[in-house]
Write a protein that binds this ligand. Structure first.
Ligand SMILES: Cc1ncc(COP(=O)(O)O)c(C=O)c1O
Length: 383
């Protein structure tokens, strides 16, 4: 027979990602003010970069976002199922996507090819309402989006379908590669040419958009009518150049923490964790942290990343395993049950998600997005 969880354990989880919805709201408000008169879209794809799509979407709308953005149609429909009725755009589609659901749920669709445009128009017909689309031009990311050589055909077909009442072209958009000032300028010039071709074909979209967080912050000319804000609303800088969240007026929303599961004193020379890739140089104390690569903690950060424990930064000692890793606390006193913060707001002394990104040769985006389902999300700062 299983025992009921002890109340104190339930109150202080073994591992958790605490998401500050007040930080999300404030980050959106700050960025929305910065980009005004352009509108702000909160990008909540991939479960809001691991933070939880529905609570984050609500907090972002409270902060002044007027649009929500997701990759897949299923993510958009999940927002609708939660009762969120703000404008939503979904832009990355399964070739067999049930586009009728988008029309039924009032979800706008990004369009990246003529075939997709035709599929969407066909799916909308039985619903009896036009599908709302945003035509996507590839201006140089070479990823999704209509290739410039096909743009003329796509806008001509879209204009005809719009006149027939089968679709509405609400937007035209693209995505910057954030490569260099020069490369971004070339993409913006290409976007301008695409807009001119669309206008000549008779299209007059309500929103033109190309900027994500980086463009919104550093390239005012890229803001157009709408900016798609992802990483910035989570309080993580987009630049990877050492600029901090605080310098951008942002606050990290996610704190990943756990409680020390075991404490062990070891002698000099003791091998630690798989492969004994780390050995104690002196007698020292090790604290066991109950998070591992199953929870999205990158094994690559073994021996490099730091955590906040007992008021100080401590380094990971040895390999990060599936469920756990050790940190070296020297001769300091730590106890089973002490709080250990892997990352959070550096203003509290904790490492940032970007610090973990640096330790794992990746970016803060990947660190927060990969936090696994075994880690409960706990919300603070909500209404
Ligand atoms: C098409 C599109 N727009 C906007 C964003 C948001 O970008 P960021 O998180 O850098 O603000 C993304 C995220 O990758 C995206 O794919």
């Amino acid at each position: 027979m299983s025992e009921a969880p002890r109340a104190d354990v339930a109150a202080r989880p073994f591992r958790e990602a605490v998401v500050d919805l007040g930080a999300i709201r404030d980050n959106v408000a700050h960025l929305a003010r910065l980009v005004t008169p352009a509108q702000a879209m909160a990008v909540v794809k991939a479960d809001a970069y691991g933070h939880g799509a529905v609570p984050v979407a609500r907090a972002a709308l409270r902060g002044g976002a007027s649009w929500l953005g997701v990759a897949d149609l299923a993510e958009a429909v999940a927002l609708r199922a939660a009762g969120i009725d703000a404008p939503v755009l979904a832009w990355l589609h399964d070739p067999d996507a049930a586009f009728a659901a988008a029309v039924e749920h009032d979800v706008d669709l990004g369009v990246s090819s003529l075939a997709q445009l035709e599929d969407i128009a066909r799916a909308a017909a039985p619903v009896g309402r036009p599908a709302m689309v945003h035509l996507k031009i590839d201006t140089g990311l070479s990823r999704n989006g209509v290739a410039p050589e096909q743009w003329g055909d796509v806008v001509a077909a879209a204009a005809e379908l719009e006149r027939a009442g089968r679709i509405g072209v609400r937007g035209i958009f693209s995505h910057l590669a954030n490569t260099s000032e020069q490369a971004d300028a070339a993409q913006l010039a290409s976007f301008e040419r695409a807009l001119a071709v669309a206008s000549a074909a008779g299209l007059a979209p309500e929103v033109r958009h190309i900027a994500s967080t980086a463009g919104a912050l550093r390239r005012p000319e890229s803001r157009y009518d709408l900016v798609r804000l992802g990483i910035g609303i989570y309080g993580i800088p987009p630049f990877g150049d050492g600029t901090t969240a605080a310098e951008l007026g942002l606050r990290p929303a996610m704190t990943l923490r756990g409680r020390v599961a075991a404490v062990r004193r070891v002698d000099a020379g003791t091998g630690v964790s798989y492969g004994h890739a780390w050995r104690a140089q002196r007698p020292t104390t090790l604290a066991l942290v109950p998070l591992g690569y199953a929870d999205g903690i990158p094994r690559q950060a073994s021996d490099r990343a730091e955590v906040l424990l007992g008021g100080a930064r401590r380094r990971v000692a040895g390999r990060i395993a599936m469920d756990q890793f050790l940190v070296d606390v020297g001769d300091d006193a730590v106890a089973v049950g002490d709080e250990v913060v892997l990352f959070g707001d550096p203003a509290t002394g904790a490492p940032s998600a970007d610090d973990w990104g640096d330790a794992a040769d990746t970016i803060g985006y990947e660190i927060v997005t990969r936090i696994g389902p075994r880690v409960p999300r706990t919300y603070v700062g909500g209404p």
